[in-house]
Design a protein around this ligand. Structure first.
Ligand code: HPA
Ligand code: ZN
Length: 326
């Protein structure tokens, strides 16, 4: 999708974006050359052409394979800078960026290099890009919880500049209840808590993320519409849901944008905002997602403004700083 910024685009926050999922094919090849890593594609166009996914699993396979090019703190800094440049053009004023430490530790990249590379760029995101930023460390649902706990303890010990934790990767077969200790540790340490739930899995995963993990925010959560009681509850409690409609279509969680449950979530009075997830993989940064949603549902200016306002309300910013954006 192309992205020109119409003047009417309201300022917004990006709350659901995976740093590793912002790796553009061109940067992937640049980093591969720098690090002597071979990517099994003839070039960026051939890699981009492979971005045709059958489901979450087939996406995660390619997304994880591409991380092989990320080796040094400088690589993580370059990746973060490239994302912020593009996000600024999308009208993003505040970004809560998720990073997956386990994905890099598994490849032998020191945790300090990941955190330092990202943090160095985020520390200057306001003066350099006009975007305030917060960093979320997400853990892999499809790996043992004990390993996640160990990584969280290391992040806390090194005083990593993270605002909170998340939970991502494969959902089917890995219910939230496996991670109660991890979330309890995070809560005790004063960290904010979000979790992917109800993306490819059932509504019960959303309920369990709230009740067992004390998640304050839900990433995706589209299965909530299958459970009327839960839908009424999350609307009453104004639990923020970061929904990624283009991602859901590209990973075939829903057949088409027209059939996406976003309108039902909005009609139920939920605090829902729309986000990008992994922009180059789904050919849509958050401005493209906004435009696709507007076109699919015929949203009015007021509805666009409501979604943009919800993106700040659902953020982990202190309430006065979130309100300053409204
Ligand atoms: N779901 C789960 N894990 C992920 C996703 C997603 O949409 N994107 C990157 N990691
Ligand atoms: Zn995600």
């Amino acid at each position: 999708m192309t992205s020109s910024a119409p003047p009417s685009r309201p300022p917004r926050a990006e709350l659901h974006v995976h740093l590793e999922g912002t790796l553009e094919p061109e940067l992937a090849f640049e980093l591969a050359a720098r690090n002597g890593v071979r990517l099994p594609y003839d070039g960026p166009d051939a890699l981009r052409a492979a971005y045709d996914f059958a489901d979450l699993g087939s996406f995660l396979e390619l997304y994880t394979a591409n991380m092989a090019v990320l080796r040094t703190a400088a690589d993580f800094a370059d990746l973060t800078r490239a994302y912020l440049r593009r996000a600024a053009r999308a009208g993003v004023r505040h970004a809560e960026i998720t990073v997956d430490p386990q994905a890099h530790l598994a490849r032998g990249v020191p945790l300090e290099d990941v955190v330092d590379g990202v943090a160095e760029v985020l520390a200057r995101s306001e003066p350099d890009h006009g975007i305030s930023t917060l960093l979320v460390a997400a853990f892999h649902r499809d790996e043992p919880a004990a390993g996640a706990l160990e990584v969280l303890d290391r992040l806390l010990a090194m005083d990593a500049p993270i605002v909170g934790i998340g939970l991502d990767n494969a959902e089917t077969g890995y219910p939230p209840g496996l991670f109660t200790d991890l979330y309890a540790r995070a809560e005790a340490a004063g960290l904010r808590r979000t979790a992917h739930a109800g993306e490819e899995g059932p509504a019960s995963n959303v309920r369990d993320a709230l009740d067992l993990l004390h998640a304050e925010r839900i990433d995706h959560g589209i299965a909530v519409v299958q459970d009327p009681d839960l839908l009424a509850r999350v609307a009453a409690e104004q639990v923020p849901f970061t929904v990624c409609p283009v991602s859901n279509v590209r990973l075939r969680a829903v057949p088409s944008l027209a059939e996406h449950p976003l309108p039902a979530m909005m009609a139920a009075g939920m605090l829902v905002s729309v986000h990008s997830d992994d922009p180059p993989y789904f050919d849509a940064y958050v401005d493209d997602v906004d435009d696709a949603v507007t076109a699919a549902f015929g949203h009015t200016r007021d509805q666009r403004a409501a979604l943009a306002a919800a993106s700040f309300r659902g953020s982990f910013l202190p309430p006065d700083r979130a309100a300053a954006h409204l």
